[in-house]
Design a binder for this molecule. Sequence first.
Ligand code: PLP
Length: 378
Amino acid sequence: MVPILDLKQEYLELKSEIDAAIERVLSSGGFVGGPEVAALESELAAYLKVPHVVTCGSGTDALFIALRAMGIGPGDEVITSPFTFIATLEAILHAGARPVLVDIDPQHYNLNPALLKAALTPRTRAILPVHLYGQVAPMQEIRAFAQQHGLKVLEDAAQAIGARYCAAGCRHPVGQACDCPHPLAGTLGDAGAFSLYPTKNLGAYGDGGFIATQSESIAEESRLLAAHGSRVRYHHVRPAGYTSRLDALQAAILRVKLPYLETWNARRREIAQMYHQGLKNKVQTPCEMPYALHIYHQYTIRHPERDRLAAHLKDQGIGSSVHYPLPAHLQPAYRDLAPEGTLPAAETAAREVLSLPMHPFLQEAQVEAVIQAVLRYA
Ligand SMILES: *Cc1c(COP(=O)(O)O)cnc(C)c1O
């Protein structure tokens, strides 16, 4: 059996450190916010090399709080990708704005910058690129377009903590932590929203998220909104704030895990390399863009008979998953966003993509078993 993900193994590996962190919080008597959360925020800010990190209740919260903190609201349009987890769309709607979908580039599954222009209207206020599967969207083009048209950029970096936007051709040693000087995903726009959901590359043991930003005003506004619109307890300076906070227990657990993130991402890249070697020319393997340090939140292949391949893998005891079976505009709840047939790259991708088992604790023999099982079908 090779499950797509195995979170228990990671816990067992870190058990003594995690148990000590939990014990420390339980005996402190402080459970929401407090010194563990403050320490995690500074450690994340140091890791990402940004001046401000604001933690909150989830990645979805991070997205819509950041949008509101940027001043996006009713009457505004936000350009985003149809090929994403639905939270990206929900965040735009929660902020009161309208999502405008732009098709993906089928090479990397992220927004196709050549199509931005056609989506621009006088109401466009922001672009929300998603760094899908752990590979950064073409941010240079997206940023240039945003700058030219006076738009804000919020990155959905939920799947991309530790991914980088590099100079073309920057070489990354496989299996070693990256020490290149290039900026990290989520620090390339006005703000980045991250998820700390257990399955993400840096996951808590419950829900959590955060906003990273260079902007003091976005950070300050996000902090206000996440805490009932108040800076001083029982004094509310913004209407319609939220209760969106990180638990001290989660912060303490994340503080144990953060120092391992680079090593874990390096191991993911090493596993991706094994998959590439075993599967290239047999199925369509992920395309690493020359500017990207891909951190393989998912290792996603394409196959014209995707559902049959997935069923075959299941018979062989191999887990797999489809991210995502429907693009946003074909979801029953979002049919009004765009007619079928108008976002063909996303529609085709949704029919063909299949994510294979990927986590830093996969054994080489397991990777080999997955490769052999795919090859027996392909
Ligand atoms: C996980 C995820 C989110 C939402 O994060 P939560 O912490 O689950 O709210 C948003 N966008 C993308 C692309 C994600 O993968």
